[in-house]
Ligand binder design. Structure first.
Ligand code: 7RM
Length: 651
């Protein structure tokens, strides 16, 4: 089944299971047929314009839908709107002020119920606070907070006054924070004393103080009280959030902003050291996230309770906790802590408590739940769930099945959503009432999105493995890298001419379904075969004893690279290395058989939960580890390295 030309990525894994939309789901769904696809295929710009005018309130109409001067796009040119107005005011004006916007649950179990009316008042007040601290339209504001409602308030307050926010995930170090503040030249930092994680308070203000020693652009710091831990407050610079909010006016009109006004920067680490400040603007971004949140999640705002488990520090939190759901007036759950506090069933107790109907999480979490066993979800009534989503990494078919069977009662559709910080919103995904699903496939480009798989030479292919590209501009696309236009062009628009290159491998099957194959930097070359890590990992995970697997290619004198696998077993399971190697050979062929398999209780992951294969490659090839600062838990690789040194390589 492999390609004849070895420059492309091989197509090894065959998956035949199919799941059409359940009839009762389809009957109630927003889209059950091909009408959106047909409309967008006729005129994609006209399609996006209809979404923009139906889903959002514009103070001034645009004059041009899209201005495209590769690699720079402008959307809804000349149009004016306010993002906070669209996310809050208009819902309140329409009589939905008492509707719950956020069911917030702190890790220790404390809760807050926040209506759209409450949120609007809070955002207006905080927008006035920002103004009083000298923040103006066009300025940058840094946000370094735990998962508290004030994170959404701060983001929406920036949007209200046309200041761009730059959120830095609360688990990042002071150095990472300082680098990002300095690159953006932010004027104000919004942080907290601390937040809860695994039953303890982690200090944020202390880390912020270290960063602040080297961030000359910061004039003021606002501190939310959450952890109750001791902090130092520098007089004149540092202010408590609750003090500033105590006597500020709640009158703050939403000024219409230009459609191309910078809404936020979000830093993403590239392959080289310096993180890239990805730029997103106002009208196109909000259109894209409102549209995708509505149709991918089949949102019925009056009855659904939506929960996305991401942190607001990631793009998923920006687009599918704050902007998409709030533009659509959704009711959602926001949870502060980890999935295993106080027990491994915390997520399922939250689903039961708030009767969550739509649940959106990452494969890393799903595979962790597989390790913990089906007893955990079985402790709770999950019957409120009607739709499940996945984002962040390829989801192995077996993990997809486990998710559908054990969380979704064997009936909920699972939408596997492919997108990036750079794309702003979901690009490739099923529409759950319309698309027949295949486990592990993100299925098709959404209506309005043009994706193609190309070969090494940039020629479009209809079948087999290659490189995922996007051929048309889309409203949520990044507008550039902050301060580095050249890097923007070079990173995304130079590998293939006239195409956006996402950096991911992908294949098309005989039915035209798209399958994501992982980052192309991770593709292995074994005896001239280009093998995707995803397919070998999926073959490993299809063994009933395996919960999670990471494979890498390590230098090998005979085959060029040899496949080395790191495997985590499901709770209580055991398996023989030889059996597992044979299982892979049976599933996808002898060429993909791992040379060596290491069993490990954990894999090295980034703080957002993506497997870091680069580090495993270093371990497998006996190199000193490079940069480990983006690891969630550095002890995992220390242990693997120790074991690699102990055990001679076998075969
Ligand atoms: C949303 C997000 C982007 C990278 C992307 C892929 C990988 C994300 C999927 C996926 C396969 C998916 N933004 N990725 N979603 N791979 N299937 N459904 O994660 O900027 O942090 O990462 O994540 O490699 O390029 S991100």
């Amino acid at each position: 089944m492999s390609n004849d030309e070895t420059t492309n990525i091989d197509d090894l894994l065959l998956e035949n299971r199919k799941f059409p939309p359940p009839p009762d789901f389809q009957e109630r769904s927003l889209v059950a047929g091909t009408q959106l696809y047909d409309e967008a295929a006729r005129d994609d710009e006209g399609f996006w314009a209809r979404q923009a005018s139906e889903l959002l309130h514009w103070d001034t109409d645009w004059t041009t839908i899209c201005e495209w001067d590769l690699p720079y796009a402008k959307w809804f040119v000349g149009g004016r709107l306010n993002v906070a107005y669209n996310c809050l005011d208009r819902h309140v004006e329409d009589g939905r002020g008492d509707k719950v916007a956020i069911h917030w649950e702190g890790e220790p179990g404390d809760t807050r119920t926040i209506t759209y009316g409450d949120l609007l008042v809070e955002v207006k007040k905080f927008a006035n606070v920002l103004k009083s601290l000298g923040v103006q339209t066009g300025d940058r504001v840094n946000i370094y907070l735990p998962m508290v409602p004030e994170a959404a308030v701060a983001m929406l307050a920036c949007a209200r006054i046309g200041a761009a926010h730059s959120v830095v995930f609360g688990g990042f170090s002071s150095q990472a924070l300082a680098d990002r503040i300095n690159d953006a030249e932010a004027k104000v930092l919004i942080t907290a004393d601390g937040g809860y994680r695994r039953g303890e308070v982690f200090p944020l203000k202390g880390a912020a103080d270290e960063a602040l020693a080297n961030t000359p652009s910061i004039e003021h710091v606002v501190v939310v009280k959450r952890g109750g831990n001791d902090v130092e407050m520098k007089v004149g610079r540092d202010h408590w959030y609750h003090d500033l909010m105590a006597d500020v006016s709640d009158d703050c009109p939403a000024e219409p902003m230009d459609s191309e006004q910078l809404l936020f920067l979000l830093y993403t680490s590239g392959t080289t050291g310096k993180p890239k400040g990805i730029m997103h603007t106002t009208g196109g971004y909000l259109t894209h996230v409102a549209y995708t949140h509505k149709y991918v999640f089949d949102l019925h705002p009056d009855t659904d309770v939506y929960w996305c488990t991401a942190d607001v520090g990631w793009i998923t939190g920006h687009s599918y906790i704050v902007y998409g759901p709030m533009a659509n007036g959704a009711t959602q759950v926001m949870y502060e802590g980890v999935p295993n506090f106080p027990g491994n069933d915390r997520f399922w107790s939250i689903v039961e408590k708030y009767k969550v109907t739509i649940f959106y999480t990452a494969p890393t979490a799903i595979r962790t739940f597989m390790k913990w066993g089906i007893e955990e979800p079985a402790k709770h009534d999950l019957s409120s769930l009607r739709l499940l989503g996945s984002v962040g990494e390829p989801i192995n078919p077996e993990a997809w099945m486990w998710y559908r069977d054990n969380i979704g009662a064997g009936t909920c559709p699972v939408v596997d959503t492919w997108w990036q910080t750079e794309t702003g919103g979901i690009m490739i995904s099923p529409l759950p009432g319309a698309t027949t699903l295949k486990p592990g496939s993100a299925t098709f480009a959404l209506p309005g999105v043009s994706a193609e798989v190309v070969d090494d030479g940039g020629q479009r292919i209809d079948h087999g493995g290659g490189y995922l590209t996007l051929t048309r501009p889309w409203p949520g696309m990044l507008r550039g890298i902050w301060g580095d236009g050249e890097r923007y062009r070079e990173t995304y628009w130079s590998r293939f001419s006239d195409r956006y290159f996402a950096g991911d491998g992908a294949k098309l099957d005989a039915d035209g379904y798209l399958w994501l194959l992982g980052r192309v930097d991770d593709v292995m070359n074994v005896s001239g075969h280009r093998i995707s890590t995803t397919e070998v990992e999926s073959a490993l995970v299809s063994h009933p004893s395996v919960a999670e697997a990471a494979v890498v290619g390590a230098n090998d004198p005979t085959t060029g690279q040899a496949i080395i696998a790191y495997v985590t077993l499901r709770g209580g399971s055991q398996v023989d290395e030889g059996d597992l190697r044979n299982h892979v050979a049976k599933e996808i062929g002898a060429i993909a058989k791992p040379k060596t398999i290491y069993f490990t209780p954990d894999l090295p992951k980034t703080r957002s939960g993506k497997i870091m294969r680069r580090l495993l490659r270093d371990v497998a090839e006996g190199r000193n580890l490079g940069d480990t600062t983006t690891l969630a838990d550095a002890s995992v690789v220390d242990e693997l390295q120790r074991r690699a040194a102990d055990s001679p390589s076998e075969d």
